[in-house]
Ligand binder design. Sequence first.
Ligand SMILES: Nc1ncnc2c1ncn2[C@@H]1O[C@H](COP(=O)(O)OP(=O)(O)OP(=O)(O)O)[C@@H](O)[C@H]1O
Length: 236
Amino acid sequence: MLNIDNVFSGYGNSEILHGVSLQVNDGEIVALLGANGSGKSTLINAITGFLPARGRVVLDGTDIAGRAPHQTFAKGVVQVSQMRDLFGRLTVLENLQLGGMRKRAGVNADAVKQRLAWVLELFPRLAERRAQLVGTLSGGEQQMVAIGRALMGFPRILLMDEPSGGLAPQFVQEIGRILQTLKQERSTVLLVEQNIGLAALTCNRFYILRAGQIVHEDQGSVLKAGAAELGRRYYL
Ligand SMILES: Nc1ncnc2c1ncn2[C@@H]1O[C@H](COP(=O)(O)OP(=O)(O)OP(=O)(O)O)[C@@H](O)[C@H]1O
């Protein structure tokens, strides 16, 4: 589905990714773990086209490396935006609807309506607060709007960069529940996480990035069984 092959990327003359290869198969949740500064966000930005990339980023057979963000989006690569990219003066519902406006080719208005109903079912907390201005929501609630808005874009693959980052335990648990649902629905997700426990609970497979290179890859069950040991070995 998504096949990243020998990708190099970075900022100006500073190369951060030194030939990264990884695969995400259809219907899989794949976790990308790594210490601070290992290059996880850089890889996400190289996939979406916010950063230049050398190498191959093949989605459903098409090489999208080096394409602009709106082009990778049109192919179905949807990143959960940072909370600061939400529209604080618009309501929850309006923010979700905006996600649906940037829908992909072949998605009709009925499908968008159904999708909205599904997202509100997935996030009962947002359904209750659908008329509330996003700027007045808590950080955890805003994170849910960001995930909901990305899901409204009908992703072929959803890229999540630390969805649990900075959230209270109650919301981390909620993110875990959402990830479990996406797994059951066989959504395809590349999940960057610092919370190994959360990643272990939800991923089918995982990769560990260190200093811009993949140093370990394995099944999710291995992460579940050996999270503490892997965490120590790779400073996670
Ligand atoms: N805009 C930028 N300009 C220059 N260097 C950058 C920029 N953004 C990130 N870097 C550098 O790239 C390296 C990798 O950063 P990146 O954000 O990809 O790591 P990360 O694994 O996502 O880390 P974290 O877990 O802390 O978010 C770091 O050394 C960082 O300082």
